[in-house]
Design a protein around this ligand. Structure first.
Ligand SMILES: Cc1cc2nc3c(=O)[nH]c(=O)nc-3n(C[C@H](O)[C@H](O)[C@H](O)COP(=O)(O)O)c2cc1C
Length: 314
């Protein structure tokens, strides 16, 4: 029964997604029309399905629920709709998440295949995404990993998936081509802090060191308003993990130079300044002013805010 309702709900969800994505520019009249048509859907039944099936497909349903709540409770603004469009796209990306319960070895093999494909396609290597509330981090954190099998419980079990994935990727393409992104103390995507965070990640640092990955990339989103990431965990990775350490989050040229000179990391990764400046390297080299990123265009579909920032004249 649940399966049957789910199939209908999935179809409904897909059609909602198609409608929103088809709206493209999201002008006001289209927004209003989309909100009205979305509101006409049977929210109550959708909620019932969500409640019934939560355990099977926790992540996908959390996103669905958030979309539905926003639609049910109030008139969403254009920015809400843009969020929903992005969230629904994530739902599509996550459609296969329920399979995780079935066969972990297959899931691990998929990562290895993806690594192989990336190198075959000409990439120098791959970065496993173990940060920001995505799948690997969901396994690492006890707040999202509620499994009672060998992939849940103590950190040795919660980290099993990410370490198996790392090992499989290394076998597939070589340890010099495999790095990992982690966000200790990150709370993005509903990943709350918990008491053993520092100890867990310190343990993980040692495990990654033992497997010989090319690098660890630590994300710090506190410059974007997230809770602070203690320097101590960065220092732990620096001392425990002996290959390259990349730090990111809120860097400008001066701060990057400072942290590199102080030996806090080997490389600095940059996000928003690159998004807002097609010629960031030239600007940093010249000590020129930079374009400020427009947050209103983050996570929105279409080229605006991605390819239309001006380069320096001349
Ligand atoms: C529009 C936008 C999209 C992003 N998408 C992702 C993503 O898909 N995965 C991810 O790990 N981080 C993502 N980030 C975060 C960045 O990778 C980076 O960690 C963050 O912007 C902080 O670095 P910064 O201060 O140099 O921008 C995104 C950031 C922005 C602004």
């Amino acid at each position: 029964m649940i399966k049957h309702i789910n199939a209908e709900f999935d179809t409904e969800l897909r059609s909602l997604k198609d409608q929103i994505l088809a709206m493209g520019g999201l002008v006001d009249a289209q927004v209003t029309e989309a909100v009205e048509s979305l509101k006409a859907r049977d929210i109550q039944r959708a909620r019932a399905v969500i409640e019934a099936d939560r355990a099977v497909n926790q992540m996908e349903l959390a996103i669905d629920e958030r979309c539905i709540r926003m639609l049910a409770l109030r008139q969403p603004a254009a920015s809400d709709l843009r969020f929903i469009a992005a969230a629904l796209k994530m739902v599509t990306d996550l459609e296969r998440i329920g399979d995780l319960a079935v066969n972990m070895a297959e899931r691990v093999a998929e990562f290895a295949q993806a690594a192989t494909n990336a190198v075959a396609a000409g990439f120098d290597g791959i970065e496993l995404h173990g940060a920001n509330g995505y799948l690997l981090e969901q396994f690492i954190r006890p707040t999202s990993n509620l499994r009672t099998d060998r992939y849940g419980g103590a950190i040795e079990n919660r980290a099993r998936f990410v370490l198996e994935v790392a090992e499989a990727a290394i076998v597939a393409i070589g340890k010099d081509k495999v790095g990992i992104r982690l966000s200790p103390f990150g709370v993005f995507n509903d990943m709350p802090a918990y008491p053993a965070m520092e100890a867990d990640y310190a343990w993980l640092a040692g495990q990654l060191e033992a497997r010989g990955l090319a690098y660890v990339h630590l994300v710090d989103h506190s410059p974007m308003g997230a809770p602070p990431v203690p320097d101590s965990i960065k220092a732990t990775f620096r001392s425990v993990f002996r290959r390259a350490l990349i730090l990111s989050g809120g860097y400008d040229a001066a701060r990057a130079e400072r942290d590199l000179a102080a030996g806090r990391c080997d490389l600095v990764a940059v996000g928003r300044p690159f998004l807002a400046n097609p010629d960031l390297v030239a600007r940093w080299k010249a000590g020129a002013a930079v374009n400020e990123p427009d947050m209103g265009t983050f996570y929105t579909p279409g080229p605006k805010g991605y390819t239309d920032y001006p380069a320096l004249a001349g």
